[in-house]
Ligand binder design. Structure first.
Ligand code: DX5
Ligand code: ZN
Length: 219
């Protein structure tokens, strides 16, 4: 699968959010990673469906990769579908009935993703592999940008890659947390094809140069 780079707007300048998104898209980003935090499932608070809706109204038509770090999940799925999400990803710990939640996303016409924290085993993945379009491996504990990459996620990526390949389905394998040009090659070798990067892109002087360096390192 063609590699995709997904800047996380968590590290963008929120006072100029639309402009920041247009800048990373012009710099070569493939989709935008939209982190939703609720100060309950994770100890931080970010943005909700109203923000996505206003970006859509402002003419931002790119693919939006919504990462829900909220509990409970189901009630917000409909709001994000209406707001224009393309991918909606959920953590199995955050919903009582994962199969139902993934079903709600699919029935609403979006692509469904499942997210694994560093300490969460992939155990449920084979049970729902037929329903998911994206598997997201967290290489930090969710809640904050700018944290250090957790090395054990390399083995988890390899294991997830095997499950995806055995399914024969087109499922993206995404990595999120501490990704930069210096380690993106190793996560690509472990099987990732979709790369979230917040601080490495929005914290850099030249978005285009950073995204190009990442692409070169993916190879
Ligand atoms: C963390 C979020 C990430 C975050 C990544 O909970 O899910 O998407 O923005 O930030 P960096 O790339 O700075 O680690
Ligand atoms: Zn994220």
């Amino acid at each position: 699968m063609e590699p995709w780079i997904a800047p996380s707007i968590l590290a963008a300048d929120f006072s100029r959010l639309g402009e920041e998104i247009r800048s990373v898209l012009a710099a070569g980003a493939d989709l935008i990673h939209f982190d939703v935090m609720d100060n309950h499932y994770v100890p931080n608070l970010t943005i909700g469906p109203l923000v996505l809706e206003s970006l859509r109204k402002a003419g931002i038509g790119c693919a939006m990769d919504v990462h829900l770090m909220v509990k409970p999940v189901d009630r917000l799925v409909g709001d994000f579908l209406d707001a224009g999400a393309d991918f909606i990803s959920v953590h199995p710990e955050a919903t009582e009935h994962l199969h139902r939640t993934l079903g709600l996303i699919k029935e609403g016409g979006a692509k469904a993703g499942i997210v694994f924290n560093p300490a969460t085993p992939l155990a449920v993945l084979p049970e729902v592999i037929d329903m998911v379009d994206l598997v997201l491996v967290m290489s930090v504990n969710p809640g904050f940008g700018g944290q250090a990459f957790i090395g054990s996620s390399i083995e988890k990526l390899k294991a997830a890659r095997k499950i995806i390949d055995a399914s024969g389905r087109e499922v993206r394998l995404e990595i999120d947390g501490g990704i930069k040009a210096s380690n993106i090659g190793s996560v690509a070798s472990a099987g990732a094809d979709t790369f979230v990067a917040g601080s490495a892109i929005f914290g850099s002087e030249d978005y285009s140069a950073t995204i190009s360096a990442m692409r070169a390192a993916i190879g």
